[in-house]
Design a protein around this ligand. Sequence first.
Ligand code: GLU
Ligand code: ZN
Length: 292
Amino acid sequence: MTRPVFRFAPSPNGRLHLGHAYSALLNQDIAARFGGRFLLRIEDIDLTRCRPEFEQAIYEDLAWLGLTWEEPVRRQSEHFEDYRAAADKLRAMGLLYPCFCSRKAILEAVAQNEAASGKPWPRDPDGAPLYPRHCRACAPEDAQERIAAGEDHAWRLDMQAALSLAPGPHLYRRFDGEGREEQVAAHPERWGDAIIVRKETPTSYHLSVVVDDALQGVTHVVRGQDLEAATDLHILLRRLLGLPTPLYHHHGLVEDPAGDKLAKSRGSQSLAELREQGVSAEAIRARLGFRA
Ligand code: GLU
Ligand code: ZN
């Protein structure tokens, strides 16, 4: 029988904090209970924000917590070709189109529309306005010309075309780690024409995560509730690319003493800082609800 495969997939753009520790420990805990394998993946597609010293720190912090993982570790920055191939496939299916718009131009167009209509423009689950499909109307020859001239561009998913090729319901299975499973429906349309290939890197989080989970044979995705909505888009991308769908578990987020979600950006204490203050790995495991 093939063993279930779990993974923890941090981005080396800062130090790990308690929220990461919880996610990693939960993955390994459920993997152990299911007799599964545990992989670590470094999601470093953002070459401007990711740094080698943060990657080293990930290995140190996780080892300190008592985690072990399989080698070699997959580093996304070494596999841009895999993501390019997946994007090519979607492009060949007529599902991607180039977009030359800046974020600022999109926000301005949306604000103008809202002012003129008096109605709020629809937003995606992250709160960003859905893309108004401006570049969808661009003639392919013109787009080719602009690309050939070196103009910066992203590639967006034509959500309407994607949904007519892969109509809903987009069902997937959730598991709770205690052996219970349930079927739920994803709603990828709420992301609109999402960016699949970014301007500054030849992929996106959504594309890489879907390609890698399939390539690595991941069967169980355990990650925070902050990524639950993204799963809806991932389910659609997998279907379009003909990739198998794993089971998903979206865990609650660790809160700081004030009840706020932990975030690197808000200067939550890193595991390294806690360690320097003399907090033991055992104490952290216990605080997060894991046995020592
Ligand atoms: N790299 C993502 C993050 O650090 C997590 C990806 C995932 O678990 O799917 O937020
Ligand atoms: Zn555009």
